[in-house]
Design a binder for this molecule. Sequence first.
Ligand SMILES: Cc1ncc(COP(=O)(O)O)c(C=O)c1O
Length: 410
Amino acid sequence: MASPAPSSAQNPLTQLTLDELRQRSSVKWRLHTPDVLPLWVAEMDVPLAPPVADALRRAVDLGDTGYPHGTAYAEALGDFAARRWGWHDFRVEHTTVVPDVMMGVVEVLRLVTDPGDAVVVCSPVYPPFYAFVSHAGRQVIEAPLGPDLRMDPAALDEAFRRARTHGRRPAFLLCNPHNPTGVVHRRDELETVAELAGRHGLRVISDEIHAPLVLPGTHFTPYLTVAGAENAFALVSASKAWNLAGLKAALAVAGPRAAADLGRMPEEVSHGPSHLGIIAHTAAFHAGESWLDLLLDGLDSNRALLATLLAEHLPSVTHHRPEGTYLAWLDCTGLGIATEQPVGGPGMVSDVAGPAKVFLDHARVALSSGHVFGTGGAGFVRLNFATSPEILTDAVTRMGRAVDASLSAG
Ligand SMILES: Cc1ncc(COP(=O)(O)O)c(C=O)c1O
């Protein structure tokens, strides 16, 4: 049966049935067989926000499917950033459109580093940070997160020092908020990053794709608003918060002392994003805020539900309550399942080993396997809770049953 037409006053996470979701052809729904509940890749189980759907429909009706033009995306982001985060000195002229966040990261790396230079990342982190940096011919150096899953200044200091010895123009690729832990870096933590980066001569590139997804109780700090970040870059996009990964577009934003570097970005990079992507992202930042607030309320209650479900069904699995994103980073080391260490660096996003393999094989729940997130990831799984409370409940219940069965069998 079809679910009711989406109402603007409803939780976006409760509007689609499992049958409707299974009709989707994106990787989340097609990588596994239909008996698997997919709680892995960062796609959300929501319909499009009505203002985004309206903007796309209008473009299709007009046949407005040519090349993009103008700065509407940056203007919409600038207004949103001022309203939401108090980022008042956002300058549209210090931005450029890029095909997506990861391509934007690579293009900014090309501006501020040379082949063979080091790029520091805080592990465990979003696996493409390794893949894209290596593919761009740069070398990854890890600065592992501390035991509280927050950035560790001593580890950063050491990694920045090593990065300097590896090449002329090193960089730090910051994940703000952090995927997979859901940590939202505080202003004082970001000031420490800026101070260390300044001292060691690293350029900072801040991936802020999850910025609109900061959950109630926490505040997002744009890196470029931090003292000492004037020569840094941020990559921002509507793609995670409004579920627009299939509508490619993102913005690279330069701090005032990085604007000249951004000016060297080859014009052809701005030919990468799609016109429909820019239309959708612009509508999201311009008119998608009340939908976003409903989503954040839904994610907040799923975050609480997940904690309750884990306590009931998987009491030996622990996690830090995520402050942002819709990702929960579950420590499964207490389950006693053998974990696989990455060989020669983290693997593909869809590689599955250790606890994630047990949950896939025995619970038919697909999660992201911790080992692909780099050092500190083995023995963990990342769970995407941007789904309905029913699917979340079914998934964690099945995971608990699978563990109980394997314990009684073993
Ligand atoms: C931290 C982070 N950066 C980048 C991306 C991918 O963004 P894009 O598709 O715009 O490259 C994701 C997707 O989940 C992400 O979590």
